[in-house]
Write a protein that binds this ligand. Structure first.
Ligand code: RNT
Ligand code: ZN
Length: 421
């Protein structure tokens, strides 16, 4: 599309929004300051680069066999940089511990050190982005029976405790080196396929394991700890040790971040309503923005009502400054770089839509009981020329406008991805 046309459309859109008291320029300015953390694991189907890397376990699954997935850290960095170049704004990258670089050596999870992430830190420096981190408590022989931090075997439990402690330290090094705190998020798969006799004991073990992991205080300027609950997984349909209530209680008591994954609740429940509730009791949250579809909690996010509602709540509740937005999906049935770009661009669009709402007016009308105005305006907002503002944003941020990004991905696919056997 021609620049003049984009600008002309934007000028008209600006007027339309101004009629409602919405300043599109200021929405664009605010949007520029919101980082989104791209999850490394969309790039290689949650594979990682361990020498002993095997099957993906832990009750999560990636389906599809689209060719061209990243096989090395260099390939993943190149793919992620390509995705980032097609996404407006400055964002972050979220690594799992299993994405270490150990120079061909076998480094087990209880042996990881900051130097194994030096390549990632330098890459992040070169792009001027921050990193986030996660211990990897799945896809490992010591998690094969479905338990890690809550394992009844003290030796196995200790192995995972050590892994999580080391992960926090690595997060802190990343945060210090990059000048922006890493959010280190703990998620474990522990649970049971069928109803347990003992709900309690694994939770007590998890509780004391967390106490040990978090024993050492770390500078919050370098590392922030988050804990992520879940309702069920594949093979843990009846019981998950680290449930939402478990972690919410823990986080409130110990001043941790709660990670809300959009795919981790009952199908009729959304995280939208949880944000303000949780924010009454914790300082900050981490989001894993995802899209649940039937039994799967990790489809590529799209600009649907659920996503829009998440963004609206962050804006309406003024929660952006206390929320770390991370994404969590994995799809191997489409081009993996496109999956990143589609998901992140959808998240940014949702935020922009939310920023283009006359929130204060709507709040006042709601308070005065004018629910008719509220409903009517929310409906009318849906047909305002949002696309023109989005295009203008992409233009200003120097990334392809509208669907032009897909041409870039296709080019990269034939020049780079298709050569990967
Ligand atoms: C699993 C959790 C977790 C993982 C990643 C790979 O249900 O959502 O966040 O998806 O750590
Ligand atoms: Zn998640």
């Amino acid at each position: 599309m021609k620049t003049e046309k984009i600008e002309a459309a934007y000028a008209l859109a600006k007027e339309r929004y101004a009629e409602l008291g919405v300043d599109t320029d200021s929405a664009i300015q605010k949007l520029k300051a919101i980082p989104i953390s791209l999850h490394c694991w969309q790039g290689d189907d949650v594979g990682g680069f361990e020498s002993f890397g095997g099957e993906l376990t832990g009750g999560i699954a990636v389906t599809g066999n689209y060719p061209g997935k990243a096989r090395t850290p260099d390939e993943l960095r190149s793919d992620a940089a390509k995705a980032l170049s097609l996404i407006p704004g400055t964002h972050r990258f979220n690594l799992h511990a299993s994405y270490l670089e150990a120079g061909g050596k076998t480094v087990d999870r209880d042996e990881i050190r900051p130097e194994h992430f030096e390549g990632w830190i330098q890459w992040a420096q070169s792009l001027g982005i921050g990193l986030d981190f996660n211990p990897t408590c799945f896809s490992h022989a010591k998690s094969a029976d479905g338990f890690t931090l809550s394992h009844h075997d003290a030796g196995i439990r200790q192995f995972w405790i050590e892994h999580c402690k080391l992960s926090r330290e690595i997060g802190a090094v990343m945060g210090e080196r990059l000048g922006t705190p890493a959010v280190t998020n703990i998620w474990i798969p522990d649970g049971m396929k069928d109803t347990p006799i003992d709900y309690k004991a694994p939770r007590l073990r998890l509780q004391s394991a967390l106490d040990e992991i978090f024993e050492k205080p770390l500078n919050p300027k370098h590392n922030l700890d988050a804990i992520e609950g879940k309702l069920f997984g594949l093979g843990s349909e009846s019981y998950v040790v680290g449930s939402h209530e478990f972690y919410l209680g823990y986080a409130v008591k110990h001043d941790k971040l709660v990670c809300l994954d959009a795919g981790h609740y009952h199908p009729t429940e959304t995280i939208v309503d949880k944000i303000s509730a949780v924010m009454c009791h914790v300082d900050e949250i981490l989001l894993h923005v995802s899209r649940g579809v039937r039994w799967d909690s990790d489809h590529v996010i799209i600009l649907n009502d659920d996503l829009r509602a998440i963004a609206q709540e962050l804006v309406r509740g003024d929660f952006l400054g206390r929320t770390h937005i991370g994404l969590d999906f994995f799809d191997a049935s489409i081009n993996r770089i496109a999956a990143w770009v589609i998901g992140v661009r959808a998240m940014i669009k949702a935020l922009l839509l939310a920023l283009l709402e006359p929130t204060e007016t709507l709040r006042e009308r709601e308070l005065s009981g004018d629910y008719t105005y509220r409903l009517a305006t929310l409906e009318d907002l849906k047909t305002l020329p949002f696309g023109a503002v989005w295009d203008e944003y992409c233009l200003q941020m120097n990334v392809p406008v509208a669907s032009a990004w897909l041409g870039d991905v296709r080019q990269y696919e034939s020049a780079v991805l298709s050569l990967r056997a």
